[in-house]
Design a protein around this ligand. Structure first.
Ligand code: FRU
Length: 476
């Protein structure tokens, strides 16, 4: 039988022990990518929240550090963000390093009251001091008032806080991170409202030519595109106080069930919008069949915007650091004569792969990619007539309760070329699928009864349809 070690991914961050949810306070500083996260050090289910801490130099290998923030007399430490206060606007600087300032939600467990607070580090994030005058932002009218994401707005020379409040986003500004002034709200009559809005992120985003617009990410639970948790986004304008968008449709960052509460890194050295999400769903996160630890993060991704079928969308790609995880090539072919079947293939052992394949739908209507073994399988199907990709995990080993009968759907109409490029990262218990270089993304957990050692790519017609395939193992 399979256990935690068979499911624990090798190329995604997991805590050594116990419970993790949202990524928090991601910041790059002095050669290190910091990842903090909602953490319960006592059990592998949600509980009194701390900020766990890990660092990486290459986004593939992570080192877990001691817990950064513990609950205190103001409550538990909910989600939030970190900025590098280069100009010492906060006055927290004591030594030669720039202060890292964490802005997070304090949640009072007695009455669930939520306020925003600060903590700072003058030693590259190794030790943290809570600000003596916490909280810095209180709102007596709102029950849900949390997950501050702070960034520096050049135009107004102010800090901007993007905050989730019920099913709206509130914007505050500050010159010193301590005093916050309410400016505006966003979200009435736009986007999905089937649940509570959480973990927003606001940032400038570039297209491939460097042209900028603004993006607002908003996680929502429940009410995601395939049930439970999901992350929607808005493209528009931000003038330092007000976010405006002419968008009418609800857009989802990821159609899979397992990418939630994701936000981007602050101070990213290459100017990338570098994103990471919690790879689970509140509908079942606390029941998945790992016991000593629970939850992994997605692989880091970079976000751009582009026009696709006349509409502006965000495209996501795996961070190029994936090369540090890419190992031996299992198969590399072009113009495969017909179906491709690798069955009980010894070279496929281990359940960790990166697959890139381009399928030509000029003469076929449906194609399937099936990962499996003797006892369980995951079926991914693209149906051209329906304009939809589905991932079926009914036979994948673990029954994911109450979500769409285990079928995850992702609408996608092929471009005029009739080509579908599928890039897919499989790391034991997760699948991250990117269509045509990130125009659609589907992230899904799977808990197979044994590691995958079969891969089949088939179509509904016997014909040449696999233009290209490259399958690599993952190794580091
Ligand atoms: C999102 C969330 C946040 C909150 C945190 C608590 O998953 O509910 O809104 O800050 O988790 O752990």
């Amino acid at each position: 039988t399979v256990g935690d070690n068979d499911y624990r991914p090798d190329f995604h961050f997991t805590p050594q022990k116990n419970w993790m949810n949202d990524p928090n306070g991601m910041v790059y500083y002095a050669g290190e990518y910091h990842l903090f996260y909602q953490y319960n050090p006592n059990e592998s289910v949600w509980g009194p929240m701390h900020w766990g801490h890990a660092i990486s130099k290459d986004l593939v290998n992570w080192e877990e550090l001691p817990i950064a923030l513990y609950p205190d007399n103001l409550g538990n430490i909910f989600s939030g963000s970190i900025v590098v206060d280069t100009n010492n606007t906060s006055g927290f600087k004591t030594g030669s390093e720039s202060p890292l300032v964490a802005v997070f939600t304090h949640q009072n467990p007695a009455n669930n009251k939520q306020t925003q607070s600060l903590a700072y580090s003058n030693d590259k994030g190794r030790t943290w001091t809570k600000y003596a005058n916490n909280p810095v932002l209180v709102n007596n009218n709102k029950a849900d008032f949390r997950d501050p994401k702070v960034s520096w707005h050049k135009g107004t020379q102010k800090w901007v806080m993007t905050l989730a409040a019920g099913d709206e986003i509130m914007f505050y500004t500050s010159t010193n991170l301590k005093n916050w002034e309410y400016k505006n709200s966003f979200g009435k009559n736009v986007g999905a409202h089937g649940g509570v809005w959480e973990c927003p992120d606001l940032f400038k985003i570039k297209d491939i030519n460097g042209q900028e617009t603004w993006a607002l990410l908003v996680s929502i639970n429940p009410g995601g595109p395939n049930g439970g948790s999901g992350t929607q986004y808005f493209l528009g304008d931000f003038d330092g106080e007000t976010f405006t968008s002419s968008q009418v449709e609800t857009l989802w960052l990821d159609y899979g069930t397992d990418n939630y509460a994701g936000v981007t890194w602050s101070n990213e050295p290459n100017g990338r919008n570098l994103f990471i999400g919690w790879m689970s769903n509140w509908s079942y996160a606390q029941n998945v069949p790992t016991y000593s630890y629970r939850s992994a993060m997605t692989f880091p991704r970079t976000l751009h915007w582009q026009k696709s079928n006349g509409k502006s969308i965000i495209v996501s790609k795996l961070a190029t650091e994936l090369i540090y995880a890419t190992g031996a090539t299992v198969i590399e072919k072009t113009d495969v004569p017909s179906d491709l079947e690798l069955l009980d293939d010894a070279t496929l052992g281990g359940g960790k792969f990166y697959l890139e394949t381009t399928l030509d739908f000029s003469t076929i209507n449906k194609a399937n990619i099936k990962w499996g073994n003797k006892s369980s399988s995951v079926l991914i199907e693209y149906d051209k007539a329906n304009g939809e990709l589905t991932l079926n995990r009914a036979e994948s080993g673990f029954k994911f309760n109450n979500l769409n009968g285990n079928i995850i759907k992702c609408p996608y109409v092929l471009p005029a070329s009739n080509q579908l490029k599928i890039s897919m990262l499989v790391d034991k218990s997760s699948m991250e699928i990117f269509l045509n270089d990130g125009e659609r993304v589907l992230t899904a957990l799977v808990f197979p009864l044994a590691p995958f050692n079969n891969l089949e790519i088939t179509a509904n017609q016997k014909t040449k349809f696999i233009k290209k395939i490259k399958l690599s193992k993952l190794s580091k």
